[in-house]
Design a protein around this ligand. Structure first.
Ligand code: GLU
Length: 448
């Protein structure tokens, strides 16, 4: 019988052979495989049941054509996808991403990570992800609606409140979810539980918009407190300026920290006095403008082009909330030089494998995305619960549950790391705890 390491290598080679060009997916698989060897040694039945090879193959990938008409009457065509990755723990659950960088590899990495993330929430949800290479930037409202209606006309065949429940991700916010659900309803009747992240007026959940950013800060605060620290008095850099970043900044300020910079895809704003969240919300959500507009409206802020992770000033905590692979090895080394002692991830897979190695080598407290940003999808599951009972919870009721969930996730991560003899190795804790739960559920269900 092969050793755990041999089995891991063997399965990884197969994944590589099947999709040698799926770089992001291979990276996500490698990161998990690098840390779960002790779980396989402790549970040899995972090898006997060939759990890994089954786990890395999505249950189903649906791809479709999305034709739509632009403002000049021209017919445009985009690619649409839904990756139904793993349903061992419940119906497929995960967001839709509209961004020109979307490929099958990106959605497979996101669906794979989502499976583990959803497992950590402790709620009955499997993993899925979908989206399109459609670029919402610069499009009119009507163009966005045309696209969403065409996308849903195809997607609706494959989803349902008990089968697969999409939500938002990059490029898909309340406006897009509104159009997507409107089209679903037109074709299938009213079933609000089929999609989450809905506007509150459409049976959405209070607190869902804030949940990923707030949850990130709740999780990070738990990790800091376990090490005798907290956000109070700390200088923080947050990348991104979308939904996750905005509410992470808001919560850091509430916890007594100061966010001195945030970014968009072209550059970043640096404001030693602390980012003005009200102005940031206005610029991004109402004006739908770039961060240059923020700098023009705030005297203490300066706008710089390039990555915020090249910033060379001392600060304490980094919260990457933009996109995958935004921090590479060199930038991780810059963080160490800046005396950053904690990195916690609001975006999915924002650190390259080499960057994570730098964090580990320098004993940085590390909050991997699968745990740290699980508050969004967890609150989506709370939205599903409200929809199923035709009810509404208050903001406080939702926020209280979110805090409880993030606390429990950190406790599970910490205990698991200890149980496997890797005290304080939160990366191993995250990957092992989430993997074991999915693997056990797969064994119970036989070879399916
Ligand atoms: N797209 C978010 C994530 O990466 C949320 C998914 C959801 O709410 O279903 O977890």
């Amino acid at each position: 019988m092969a050793t755990a390491r041999e089995y891991l290598n063997e399965v990884y080679e197969k994944v590589e052979k099947r999709g040698p060009h799926q770089r992001e997916f291979l990276q996500a698989v490698k990161e998990v495989f690098d840390t779960i060897e002790p779980a396989l040694e402790k549970n040899p039945q995972y090898m006997k049941w060939n759990i890994l090879e089954r786990l890395v193959e999505p249950e189903r990938i649906i791809t479709f054509r999305v034709p739509w008409v632009d403002r000049d009457g021209r017919i445009q065509v985009n690619k649409g996808f839904r990756v139904q990755f793993n349903s061992a723990l419940g119906p497929y659950k995960g967001g839709l991403r509209f961004h020109p960088s979307v490929t099958e590899s990106i959605l497979k990495f996101l669906g794979f990570e989502q499976t583990f993330k959803n497992s950590l929430t402790g709620l009955p949800i499997g993993g899925g992800k979908g989206g399109s290479d459609f670029n919402p930037k610069g499009k009119t409202d009507v163009e966005i609606m045309n696209f969403c209606q065409s996308f849903m006309t195809e997607l609706q065949k494959y989803i349902g409140p008990l089968e697969d429940i999409p939500a938002g991700d990059i490029g898909v916010g309340g406006r897009e979810i509104g159009y997507l659900y409107g089209q679903y309803k037109r074709l299938n009747g009213s079933q609000s539980g089929v999609i989450t992240g809905k506007p509150v007026a459409m049976n959405g959940s209070l607190g869902r918009t804030e949940a990923t950013g707030y949850g990130l800060v709740y999780y990070t605060q738990e990790m800091l407190q376990a090490n005798g620290k907290s956000f109070a008095g700390q200088k923080v850099v947050v990348s991104g300026s979308g939904n996750v970043a905005i509410y992470a900044i808001e919560k850091v300020h509430e916890f007594g920290g100061t966010v001195i910079a945030c970014s968009d895809s072209d550059g970043y704003i640096y404001d030693e006095t602390g980012i003005d969240v009200a102005l940031l919300k206005d610029v991004k959500e109402n004006q739908r403008e770039r961060l240059t507009a923020y700098a023009e409206q705030k005297e203490s802020a300066a706008y710089h082009e390039g990555s915020v992770w090249n910033l060379a000033v001392p600060y304490d905590i980094a919260l990457p909330c933009a996109t995958q692979n935004e921090i590479d090895e060199e930038q991780a080394k810059q963080l160490v030089e800046n005396h950053v002692y904690c990195v916690s991830e609001g975006a999915n897979m924002p650190s390259t494998i080499e960057a994570i190695e730098v964090y580990q080598a320098n004993n940085i407290y590390y909050g991997p995305a699968k745990a740290a940003n699980a508050g969004g999808v967890a609150t989506s599951a709370l939205e599903m619960a409200q929809n199923a009972q035709h009810g509404h919870w208050t903001f406080e009721q939702v926020d209280e549950q979110l805090q409880e969930i993030m606390k429990n996730i950190f406790a599970t991560v910490e205990t698991t790391a200890k149980e496997y003899g890797m005290d304080g190795n939160y990366l191993a804790g995250v990957n092992i705890a989430s993997f074991v739960k999915v693997a056990d559920a797969m064994i119970f269900q036989g070879i399916v």
